[in-house]
Ligand binder design. Structure first.
Ligand code: MG
Length: 404
C-alpha cells in the first residue's frame, strides 16, 4: 500500500530545497506528538504550552544540606580564604581607597576588623541570589554598642571607591533578639524602608542565615526609573522581605530616592566597628526577569521553525510531513506550506484507496495524523477544508477505531 512519492509526484521535488511531497503511511515508528497538544506560540510566547522543544533548564546539583552552595554558585567565603574580597578604606584625608582585605579569619569565620573598613567583593554582581551566615557577639544587652548593637549589613550595588554609603541597597544585620530598635532598622529590615515581616532573630552568638534574591533597578537613558530594585529575604529560613520594591537607595534618616547607577556593583559587608562574624557566603548571578519583546519572540520562533525544517530534511515519510507541519506552528513559510498542502492532497488519495485492513494496520499513524491536523485547524495553522482530515475521520470510524 505504500507508495514512492518521488515516483508519483516528481513535480513537487525541489519545492523546499530538495524536499518533496511525502508518502505519509509508512511503517515508521510513532513519533512524539508533543508539538500538537498545548496552545501554540503567539506574539508574546515563543513556545507552545508544554512545548518539548523549549530549552530545558541547565542541571544544578544542590548542596548536600540546606544552605550548602549548589554546583553553580560562586563561593565568596568558605572559611579558607579572603581571596574574593577587598577592603574599602577611608584615608586620613577623607578619600576612599581599595586595599587588600583587612578583616580576619577566626576559626573558619570571617570577622569584621573594627574600623578597618567595609569589605566588598572584588567581583561585581547585578541580579543575584546570595546566601550568607552571620552572628553577632554575645553581649549583656546593656548599651555597650548603643543602638548599633551587633550592627553590620549586607549591601548590593557597591560603587567601590565611593564611600561605603554609596553601596545602594542594605539589608540590615543587627542583634534584634529581645533587643528592640526602630523597626525599619532591625535585623532583616530594608534599612530605613521596610521592617521585616516578622522578627526571626536567634540569640546573639548563634549563627543566623540570610537567603536573599536581589534585582537592581532599571533606568532609562534620562535616568528615570523603569523598574524599581527588589529584594526577597529569608532570615533563618523564614520569609521576612517578600519581593520588597525599593523606594530608592537605603540610607539613614532620609526618604529614599533612586539615582541612576550601573547595573552591577560590589556586594559589601559593613564595618560598623563591631566584630560580627560571617561564614558560608555564596552567590548565584541571576538572569533578568523581563519578558522577551515581540521582536525577540518572533526571532526565536523563526529560529525554532528553521531548526525543525532542517530536521525535516533529514527525515522521511510521515515524520518529515509532521516536522514540516510542526514548523508552521512556529513560523509560516510559503515553500513549506506548499509541500504540506501537496502532501495533504497525496494523503487524501492514499487514504481514500485504503481498505479496512490497511486502515486497521495503520491505525496508530492515522490517529496521530488526525490529531496533528485537528490541532492545526483548531489553531488556524492550516485552513479548512482539508479533505484528508475528513477521509481519515470517516475511515477510522468505519473501521471501529476510536478517534483521538
Ligand atoms: Mg547596618
Amino acid at each position: 500500500m505504500t507508495t514512492n512519492p518521488r515516483g508519483r509526484y516528481p513535480a513537487l521535488r525541489g519545492a523546499l530545497g530538495g524536499a518533496t511531497a511525502v508518502a505519509l503511511i509508512l511503517a515508521i515508528p510513532i513519533i512524539s506528538l508533543g508539538a500538537f497538544h498545548g496552545d501554540p506560540p503567539d506574539e508574546n510566547h515563543p513556545w507552545a504550552v508544554h512545548d518539548l522543544r523549549r530549552p530545558a533548564p541547565s542541571v544544578v546539583t544542590p548542596g548536600p544540606k540546606p544552605g550548602d552552595p549548589p554546583s553553580d554558585a560562586i563561593i565568596l567565603f568558605d572559611g579558607s580564604s579572603l581571596a574574593a574580597w577587598e577592603t574599602v578604606q577611608r584615608t586620613a584625608n577623607g578619600t576612599v581607597e581599595i586595599v587588600p582585605a583587612t578583616w580576619r579569619m577566626v576559626d573558619g569565620a570571617l570577622e569584621v576588623n573594627p574600623k578597618s573598613g567595609s569589605l566588598q567583593t572584588k567581583e561585581k554582581f547585578g541580579a543575584c541570589q546570595l546566601h550568607i551566615e552571620w552572628r553577632t557577639p554575645v553581649t549583656d544587652h546593656k548599651p555597650k554598642w548603643g543602638p548599633g548593637e551587633g550592627n553590620s549589613g549586607v549591601y548590593f550595588i557597591g560603587m567601590g571607591t565611593n564611600l561605603w554609603g554609596a553601596a545602594f541597597y542594605e539589608v540590615q544585620i543587627l542583634d534584634s533578639y529581645e533587643n528592640p530598635s526602630y523597626p525599619d532598622g532591625q535585623a532583616a529590615a530594608v534599612y530605613g524602608q521596610a521592617p521585616p515581616l516578622v522578627n526571626a532573630s536567634r540569640r546573639p552568638g548563634e549563627w543566623q542565615s540570610y537567603d536573599i534574591v536581589f534585582h537592581p533597578p532599571k533606568f532609562d537613558a534620562t535616568g528615570a526609573v523603569l523598574d524599581r530594585a527588589s529584594i526577597t529575604v529569608f532570615h533563618n529560613g523564614v520569609l521576612v522581605q517578600d519581593h520588597w520594591l525599593f523606594e530608592g537607595a537605603t540610607g539613614f534618616g532620609r526618604r529614599a530616592q533612586f539615582k541612576p547607577h550601573p547595573d552591577t556593583g560590589h556586594i559589601l559587608l559593613q564595618d560598623y566597628g563591631i566584630p560580627i562574624q560571617f561564614r558560608n557566603i555564596w552567590v548565584r548571578p541571576l538572569p533578568a526577569r523581563t519578558a522577551p519583546t515581540p521582536a525577540e519572540v518572533a526571532a526565536t520562533r523563526q529560529q525554532t521553525a528553521a531548526q525543525i525544517r532542517a530536521e525535516a530534511q533529514q527525515a522521511g515519510g510521515r515524520r518529515r510531513f509532521l516536522l514540516l507541519l510542526e514548523s508552521l506552528v512556529y513560523a509560516d513559510d510559503s515553500a513549506t506550506r506548499t509541500v504540506v498542502n501537496e502532501s495533504l492532497a497525496a494523503l487524501n488519495v492514499e487514504v481514500t484507496r485504503m481498505g479496512e485492513d490497511a486502515i486497521k494496520k495503520n491505525a496508530d499513524e492515522l490517529r496521530a495524523l488526525y490529531q496533528a491536523l485537528k490541532y492545526c485547524v483548531r489553531h488556524k495553522i492550516l485552513a479548512e477544508p482539508i479533505p484528508a482530515l475528513g477521509v481519515i475521520e470517516q475511515k477510522l470510524q468505519a473501521a471501529g477505531i476510536k478517534l483521538p
